[in-house]
Design a protein. Sequence first.
Length: 97
Amino acid sequence: MDKQVEASQRASSLPIPRWEFIALCAALMALNSLAIDIMLPALQQIGASLGVESENHRQYVITAYMLGFGGGQLLFGPISDRFGRRAPLVFGLVVYV
């Protein structure tokens, strides 16, 4: 019984409503699909600027994007758990700029 009460207390202690959290997660997942959909029409020009002749080899651009996206989460996830969210975010912005 105590475990059930603890679980309900943890769920109710979220700083935002549950529906808002679910909507935020869905929007973040949609951003990845949107980024790929934006890149696909330009794939021919990207391949030409990189000097890739074969259409099959141009698809490696999408693979590189997905690996970078997944690798970034695997790298910065534990770092943000250890140091908080602000430090990795500032580091990423400094590297980007």
